[in-house]
Design a protein. Sequence first.
Length: 324
Amino acid sequence: MKSSTSAIAPLRPTQAQDALALSTSTSPRGYGWALFACLFAGFAALTAMMYAAGLVIDPASRGILPYYVVAAVLIPLRLGAGRWIPRYGQAIADCAESYGAFMLIALTGATAAYPIAALTSGMHDAALQRIDAALGFDWLAWYRLVADHRPLQWLGLAAYRSIYLTPAILLGWFAWTGERAAAHRFLLTFWVAAILTLALYPLMPAIGPLSYLWHGPLPYLPESEQWQQSLIPALRAHQVHWVDLGHLRGIVSAPSFHTAAAVLYIAAAWPRRELRAPIVALNVAMLLSTPVEGTHYLADMLLGAAVAVVAILAMRVMLPAESD
C-alpha cells in the first residue's frame, strides 16, 4: 500500500462546551475488544506470511526508531492521561489509543504487501490498461499534463501524502467529542479495507502504468517512482531478506489503497458538518493526484473504491452506529 494541510471549522462556544463535556464524561466503551482482536489477527497473519516468504523485519534499523519514539509517547498517554490531566485526560487517552491503532494497521498492511508480492506470479498491466482504454482513460495524457506543470506536481505530491493527515484529523475529532465507538468503527473499517486490498492484490499484481506505458527518459518522477518493476521480481526471487519499516515502498497497484482510503475518509467525515467540506476537498485532491503520484490505472482506483464501499457496508451491518 502507498504515502497538505487542512482546516477544521472552529466550534461555536456552545459546541465546544458540549464537546468538552462529552469528552470528559464517561464515553461509550466502543469496540475495543474487536479492534484488539483484529490487530492481533493481523500481526499473526503477517508473522506467518513473513516466515513463508523468508523475510525478516530489522528491529535495529534506523528507519524503525521513529516508531519506537511514537510508541514511547502514545502508550503512557493512553494509560495515564486520564489521571494526569483531569479536564482533557480522557480525550488525550482516547486520541493516543486511536493514533496507535491506526499506526499499527497501516504499518502491518504496508509490510504485508512484501511477503504477498513474493508469493505472486505474473503481471497484469495489459489487462488493467485494456480496462482503462475501454473506459476512455488516457493515463499518458494525465501524466504529461502533470509533468509539464510544476505547480501540479507540488499540489499533487502534497495531496497524495495527505493520506495520513485526514485520519489524524478524524481520530482527533472523535477523541475530542467523545465518540470512541465511532473511532473504533472507523479503525475497523480501515482494517477491513486493508485486508480486502491485500486479499485481492495477488490476483492482479502489476508494475504500474508509468513503467508499462512510458518509454524513454522520465520528465517527472512521481512519489511512487517505479518500485514495482524492480522490487516485486526481487521479492519473488528471494533476493530481498530484510524489511526496513522506515523505508517501506508502495507496491500494490490494484486495488488502489489511496482510493479506498479517500472514500473511507469522506464517508467518515460526511455526517459531521464541521469536517465535511475540508475533508471532502482534501480527499478529492488526493484522488486526482493518485493516477500520477501513485502510478495507478483508473481500473486500480475503481477497484479501490469498491473495496471501500464493501468495507463500509460490512461495518454498518456488524457494528451499527446506533450503539454510540
